[in-house]
Design a protein. Structure first.
Length: 246
């Protein structure tokens, strides 16, 4: 699961710092749907806003913003994919018919890993991994954040800088290259590697890759092998810290 926080204003605002392993956060906003123009046409989108346990030198809690989500619960939609990771489960049959986004997600505690990415001399903070916070002491929000819907009449208002509705087209997509590689074999065929559960990645590493020994490899095989290697390296790093990846 990946998110972008970009410095799109004229001010010199630093991105959210990288985290050393998982850090606690809470969803503090579901922004009002807004029409934006994309290279695929006009889309009605919304964002999720996360307040993190990081506190800057001015005493303000950190914020992370999601990429724009279309108003869809389709199983292949970005929102459905990320929602599954946020809550640690997929939608029930009843939720597929009607899902109260604000009612279910506002105040929802999670744990995230924040990473930095450099592009065009700019630094972006993104959520590399996310999972529900099932600990006994989830993060308690500061109360300083003002929801977008409550500050629209005031134009800006609130303690925090108002987020742009969508990143520029030349900004990063928020996913690592290995996460975007399509799986072309087995039960997860057609899915991106970043959407697989931990056991799926480990199965590719321990069973599929060894089965290729002595065979003539295709370009897709080489791409997936390299991506699995990167995913396993991240799994190892997380395991060394005694944490869970998913």
């Amino acid at each position: 699961m990946s998110f972008i926080l970009s410095n799109t204003s004229k001010g010199n605002f630093a991105p959210h710092p990288e985290s050393d392993g998982f850090m606690k956060a809470v969803i503090v906003d579901v922004t009002p749907p807004k029409m934006i123009s994309t290279k695929f046409g006009d889309k009605n989108v919304f964002k999720l806003v996360y307040e993190t346990e990081h506190v800057d030198t001015n005493g303000r809690a950190g914020l992370m913003f999601s990429v724009p989500y279309s108003l869809s619960l389709h199983e292949k939609s970005s929102f459905r994919r990320d929602l599954k990771k946020i809550r640690g489960r997929d939608l029930t049959a009843a939720e597929e018919k009607q899902f109260d986004v604000e009612g279910e997600l506002l105040g929802f505690p999670v744990q995230i890993i924040v990473e930095h990415e450099e592009k065009d001399d700019r630094t972006y903070a993104k959520i590399g991994l996310i999972k529900p916070d099932k600990s006994d002491a989830p993060y308690k929000v500061s109360g300083a954040y003002v929801r977008v819907k409550d500050r629209e009449e005031k134009d800006s208002g609130g303690t925090y800088k108002k987020a742009s509705t969508a990143p520029a087209e030349d900004e990063p997509t928020g996913r690592e290259d290995w996460q975007k590689v399509k799986v072309h074999v087995g039960k997860y065929e057609g899915q991106e590697l970043g959407d697989l559960p931990e056991e799926g990645i480990k199965s590719l590493h321990s069973k599929w890759i060894p089965s290729l020994h002595g065979q003539k490899l295709k370009a897709a095989d080489n791409r997936l092998m390299a991506a699995v290697a990167e995913a396993m390296e991240m799994l190892t790093q997380v395991a060394d810290k005694g944490e869970e990846l998913f």
